[in-house]
Design a protein around this ligand. Sequence first.
Ligand code: KG4
Ligand code: ZN
Length: 365
Amino acid sequence: MTETLTVLGIESSCDDTAAAVLRETQDGRVEILSSVVFGQTELHSAFGGVVPEIAARAHAEKLDHCVQDAMAASSTTFAELDAVAVTAGPGLIGGVISGVMCAKGIVAATGLPLIGVNHLAGHALTPRLTDQVPYPYLMLLVSGGHCQFLIARGPEDFTRLGGTIDDAPGEAFDKTARLLGLPQPGGPAVQAEAENGDPKRFRFPRPLKDRADCNMSFSGLKTALMRMRDQIVAEKGGLSHQDRADLCAGFQDAIVDVVVAKTKRALELYMNEAPAYPTIAVAGGVAANTAIRAGLQALCAEFKTQFVAPPLSLCTDNAAMIAYAGMERFKAGARDDMSLSARPRWPLDQTSPALIGSGKKGAKA
Ligand code: KG4
Ligand code: ZN
């Protein structure tokens, strides 16, 4: 290792093929030299969800080009790298295998060290990449595939406080959009409708809100919404613009209400550890939701806690987070070898009991 540390990251666990090159300089600053993401949205759009076989094939076809692009954009040669980090799970197994095989190929050809990375650790460590957040911090991962509260203590040291027992919030947003004839991805579409709606007109349930733990459930919300929609259609023959906006506003309000209440509970548990710099960080596509952000920001202001939300390009799936997590593992002395295997399930916190449900994008944790 020279005075700098340069790592290539590879990500292919769901529907984004991504590669990135990061460099840590002597002063400890980490720079993203390149970050390339080839999305697959259009390949899956006709099917209403990610088709694992199509995803795996597309990853296998695109990975080489993606790595080449990331290397070229970073103006780095393989000889200048110190390690290759790759998502080794959890995720759709065909895609994860494609990424791991690609990384092993590079390692076999170059002799570089190989670092397997947990995809969720990639998300969970992003606030350290973007905002140099010190351990321990409270993390809310909230996307189309995952939803969990974690206390991050180290690159491989996480305590899960709770999470969704069924749908992830992004999944609930997407299903709601589908039920109301709005475009995919549903989150931004529902949020835009909600801005013109009355959140009080329809009373949505607040599942598990009053339970003393940090677990959440969102699958009942879409059932409630479907009933409300069907009732309006039966009474009036169809949905008006206002009906749709009010349904979206009520639905979003319920999600915000539950997420903020459960974050408050998670914050209480985290505060028991007396962190020197209390911080809540969010990551995942749903972290883009302005109402959820506003709710969490207000909570953080009330509890004098720093709120960190990385830019959206680093909240959604990308390889910069994988290279960064690999860098942290590498610096801690971790090395993998050719026996590194792809894992469909890989909970960050091996000690906490498995939650029910998996999310539309495959089993996570
Ligand atoms: O993290 P992400 O890009 O992919 C994974 O699920 O891994 O998250 C995508 C999810 C989709 O379900 C999308 O509807 C949701 O994030 N999303 C939003 C918003 N923007 C994206 N949900 C609510 N409000 C938004 N503004
Ligand atoms: Zn992800």
